[in-house]
Structures are given as structure tokens and as C-alpha cells.
Design a protein around this ligand. Structure first.
Ligand SMILES: [Zn+2]
Length: 259
């Protein structure tokens, strides 16, 4: 706080807030939300007393109502540190996110969705098939976690983190999708590509009587590495033309977004 009671934010926090709010807007613009449920979380730098801090959406708002200013700051248990909108957060919904954030300090953002295509792919034993270049990028890079029911007890959190390992993408069987990113932008781009992959798989499997042309392991693995090096290059350089374009889309859809 300064002398006038105004919260002073670092440039880093200002960027994380803008990116996270934009992530909610993008999930909305792509029609990937499940009412007010499922969440996108982002890590902030630790507080002065060492508290781990995260940003989450205010509970009850639609994703197209989330702004950089109404995001809620919480600790790893979901306890409120700053709640400008005054409606708290869905602490139960943060359970998966906090498990990942506490285990993976290389992860800046976690995106979780329940979409028809994502849930459909999560409901088949084979999971995501390398049928095209969207899905080939996930070949060998996707973790799986078995469904255990809605309640996430501490035991399940341990299994979830163990199942994720060092990966950034996880199919939650019979449940939905989860992506992580070294930035908010990376987590969202992975989710949008994962969602497209699931939609394409559902569409391909609907062509009864035709034969699926599944890529060979070699080609799929090669494609996955090509995508990975592109993601690595973007994260290392900090220059991300695709994310800049996505931010412009958000601002065009709602010019008041960041005011
Ligand atoms: Zn869920």
C-alpha cells in the first residue's frame, strides 16, 4: 500500500492479472466453460512473509465477467488474501490446481476444462490418438489420471501429482482436460490445441465405415518435438505473437476488459 491506501503492484503481477483474466475471456469466447465451474489459476510471486499466492476467478461470476481487477488472491489452501468482488472462490475447485502448483514450481498457470469433446476423449480407454498435427503434438507428452469421484481428498491429490509427473498435459479420465504452462499464454495455447485435437478425434470417429489413418509413432514423436521446440523458443524469448493476437481478440470483444 502507498500513503493513499492504494495497492502498489509489480509490473509482473499486472501482466499476470491481465493474462489470467484474458484466459478466462478466451475460454468463454471459444465456448469451453462449464457454467461457473472449472478454473484457471495463476501463480503470483510469494508474499513478503513467504506466503504462496495464487490468482483465481471470483466465485459466481461468468468467465466473460472476469477482469484483471476482480481476480481473487488466495493461498495454497484456497484461503482468501484479497477478495475485491467479495464473493470468495470455489475452494473445492481449487483443490486440483493447488496440488499441481505446490508440486510443480515450474508451472505458472493451470487450466482445467469440462468440454463435450474433452470429456468424450477422456471417456475412451485409448485416450487421444495421433490423428493429425494438432494431436501429434501431445504424443508421449500426455499424462492420465483415473477418476475417483468428485471429492478430492489428500490421498487423491498425491496420486494426481504423481500421475502428472513432469508433464504439462493431463487427461482426467471420465472427467476432462488439464493443461499447465510456464506462462498463462502457454497453458491456454496448449488447452486450445488439446480441445481442437479432441474435437477432431470425435469428428473422425464419427465417419462410420471409413478407416482411421493413425500417424506412426515416429512421425507423431517427431511432430511433438517440433511443437515443443517452438513452445520453448517462445517461452525463452518472451516474444509471443500468437498470445498478442489473442489479447487483441479479448480487447476487441470487450473494450472495457482491462479498464
Ligand atoms: Zn473438473
Amino acid at each position: 500500500m502507498d500513503d493513499f491506501g492504494t495497492t502498489i503492484r509489480s509490473a509482473e503481477e499486472t501482466t499476470v492479472r491481465r493474462d489470467l483474466a484474458a484466459a478466462y475471456r478466451l475460454i468463454h469466447l471459444h465456448g469451453l466453460e462449464d457454467s461457473i465451474f472449472t478454473h484457471i489459476s495463476a501463480r503470483l510471486s510469494d508474499g513478503p512473509d513467504g506466503t504462496h499466492r495464487f490468482l483465481l476467478n471470483p466465485y459466481g461470476l461468468r468467465f466473460d465477467e472476469v477482469t484483471p481487477e476482480n481476480l481473487v488472491t488466495i493461498d495454497e489452501t484456497g484461503a482468501l488474501l484479497d477478495d475485491p468482488y467479495g464473493h470468495g472462490v470455489n475452494a473445492a475447485g481449487f483443490t486440483i490446481h493447488s496440488a499441481v502448483h505446490m508440486a510443480r514450481h515450474d508451472v505458472a498457470c493451470v487450466v482445467h476444462t469440462h468440454t463435450v469433446a474433452g470429456v468424450a476423449v477422456s471417456s475412451v480407454k485409448e485416450g487421444l490418438l495421433p490423428l493429425n498435427q494438432w494431436s501429434a503434438q501431445f504424443f508421449g507428452k500426455t499424462a492420465f489420471h483415473d477418476y475417483e469421484g468428485i471429492a478430492l481428498d489428500l490421498d487423491e491429490r498425491e496420486r494426481l501429482v504423481r500421475d502428472l509427473g513432469t508433464k504439462f498435459v493431463m487427461i482426467l479420465r471420465n472427467h476432462g482436460l488439464l493443461t499447465c504452462g510456464r506462462s498463462v499464454a502457454e497453458a491456454i495455447k496448449l488447452m486450445l490445441n488439446l480441445e481442437r485435437s479432441c474435437k477432431a478425434q470425435v469428428a473422425a470417429l464419427s465417419m462410420r465405415g471409413l478407416t482411421l489413418d493413425v500417424l506412426t509413432d515416429n512421425v507423431a514423436a517427431h511432430t511433438a518435438e517440433q511443437y515443443q521446440s517452438a513452445y520453448d523458443k517462445t517461452e525463452a524469448s518472451g516474444e509471443d505473437a500468437e498470445w498478442a493476437a489473442m489479447l487483441r481478440r479479448v480487447e476487441k470483444s470487450d473494450p472495457t476488459f482491462a479498464r
